[in-house]
Design a protein around this ligand. Structure first.
Ligand code: NDP
Length: 478
């Protein structure tokens, strides 16, 4: 007796023959009544959901966050209680390429983690870089268009990239990271993750502290040279996926130390830079890293589509004791990530197993396409009500954030230093890394009109004269 279950159509009825379609005679045409055949094709035609516009290609795994350092004076979040273990799901990704892009390409890497805490899901939707190319979300679409395919040639365009960057001095810091060795990580295991934005922590006394989250790789940094990348991509477009999957499958669980930088509200008034500016880091010498715990990945998903492709992250997902900040890009992402997931997966995407909270969820949201979780059953669907429906909990209220100012469109470049921190990064690099950085930038600028490269070189010059001169010299030679 075979142990295989009986194959069925989606309505549950047995499939009598999965090899031969129904035809009028052995040579004849198909019959419209072969509903099993049509169901199979119709399902296949709908297998793909819209690809993410950015971060399309990704790899994911489950794991746990274990807290070892006490930060209870800054936050009441239960996920941070010493000794606490919280299940999580981490999706790594490349950013600019499409779903078929090669993993090893030079790019920023996404580092998005969903912590299934007992107080709700907390998502950090970060990158392997502590900063980003823009500081005003109004420019995000323009930035991404300049990095993706040219509308006419359908090719990536160095001219478009540098045209945008050379008119966006705030991008310089992130360009320096992207074009450095760390722009070509060897694997997803060998890179840091950063929350990038400033968030807040809120303690039991209702006091707020600003915070930056860092995930430092325990595997060490490992990067590829340009030659290695060319060779890897020639043989294998899935090198990061393969590495992560196999490491976990072999019990070699990758780990990251979770560290935080903390800034008081008073200190935030005094920094020379805007601490809510996504193009800036907080120098470690002023705001030292505090070790909080370890994130370990230890379980591969069983089904890539169900768990990685349908994984939906949003920085809107926070829990009591963790809050947002006035960072403009974060503010927009709070809205736009959920919006993108509702378009990509649907109104009820948060009920899918990979996205669902592990704690009870009670509210009055109902219906919508593909509502598959019982939809609240017969329970009351409005509030206030007299039937013991869920009620609000004032203890979850955040302390007020002081906001003032006249509503206007303020020039975010006015008086903003876009050069010092990019120069700081250049200056901490050893000479050989500086040389590789400048070689890479000059190579990426090949064929770009000099009206654009001249504009960009001025920025490198302002960050560090050696940086600017080094690139200018390389371009003259080429
Ligand atoms: P520190 O000397 O205290 O730290 C330097 C930081 O730079 C380390 O976090 C290191 O990461 C990281 N780093 C080293 N090489 C690269 C690279 N090629 N690309 C990206 N990051 C790299 O410096 P400061 O805090 O004073 O900051 C100096 C500069 O370092 C900043 O302008 C910024 O560009 C960069 N940096 C700063 C971070 C911060 O949060 N302060 C975070 C990341 C980068 P690791 O420890 O993993 O080797």
């Amino acid at each position: 007796m075979s142990k295989c279950p009986i194959m069925t159509a989606t309505n549950g009825s047995p499939i009598p023959d999965n090899q031969n379609s129904m035809t009028a005679g052995p040579r004849g045409p198909l019959l419209a009544q072969d509903w099993q055949l049509f169901e199979k094709h119709a399902s296949f035609n709908r297998e793909r959901i819209p690809e993410r516009v950015v971060h399309a290609k990704g790899s994911g795994a489950y794991g746990k966050l274990t807290i070892t350092g006490d930060i209870s004076k800054y936050t009441k979040a239960k996920v941070f209680e010493v000794g606490k273990e919280t299940e999580c799901f981490l999706r790594f990704s490349t950013v600019a390429g499409e779903k078929g892009a090669a993993d090893a390409e030079r790019d920023v890497r996404g580092f998005a983690v969903k912590f299934y805490t007992e107080e709700g899901n907390w998502d950090i939707v970060g990158n392997n870089t502590p900063v980003f190319f823009i500081r005003d979300p109004y420019k995000f679409m323009d930035f991404i268009h300049s990095q993706k395919r040219d509308p006419r040639t359908n090719l990536r365009s160095g001219t478009a990239q540098w045209d945008f960057w050379s008119q966006s001095p705030e991008a310089l810091h992130q360009i320096t990271i992207l074009m450095s060795d760390r722009g070509q990580p060897a694997t997803y295991r060998h890179l840091n993750g950063y929350g990038s934005h400033t968030y807040s922590l809120i303690n039991d006394d209702g006091e707020r502290y600003w915070v930056k989250f860092h995930f430092k790789t325990e595997q060490g940094h490992k990067t590829n040279t340009g030659e290695q990348v060319a060779e890897i991509i020639g043989n294998d477009r899935e090198s990061h996926q393969e590495d992560l999957f196999n490491a976990i499958e072999n019990g070699d669980f990758p780990k990251w130390k979770l560290k935080v930088q903390i800034m008081s509200e008073d200190e935030a008034e005094k920094t020379s830079y805007n601490p809510f500016d996504l193009t800036k880091v907080w120098p470690h010498s002023e705001f030292p890293l505090i070790e909080v715990g370890t994130l370990e990945l230890n379980r591969n998903p069983e089904n890539y589509f169900a768990e990685v492709e349908q994984a939906a992250f949003t920085p809107a997902n926070i829990v009591p004791g963790i809050g947002h900040s006035p960072d403009k890009v974060l503010q927009m992402r709070i809205l736009s990530y959920g919006d993108a997931q509702r378009y990509r997966i649907g109104a009820n995407h948060q009920h899918l197993p990979v996205n669902a909270a592990r704690c009870p969820v009670h509210n009055y949201q109902r219906d919508g396409a593909m509502r598959f979780d019982g939809n609240g059953g017969g329970s009351v669907n409005y509030e206030p009500n007299s039937f013991e429906g869920p009620i609000e909990d004032a203890s979850a209220k955040e302390p007020a954030v002081q906001i003032s100012g006249d509503a206007d469109r303020y020039d975010h470049r006015d008086g903003n230093d876009d050069f010092t921190q990019a120069g700081d990064l250049f200056r901490i690099m050893p000479k050989d890394e500086q040389n590789r950085l400048m070689d890479t930038i000059a190579g990426a600028m090949a064929g770009v009109p000099s009206s654009i490269t001249d504009r960009q070189i001025e920025y490198f010059m302002k960050a560090d004269v050696e940086y600017g001169v080094g690139i200018a010299n390389r371009l003259d030679k080429s």
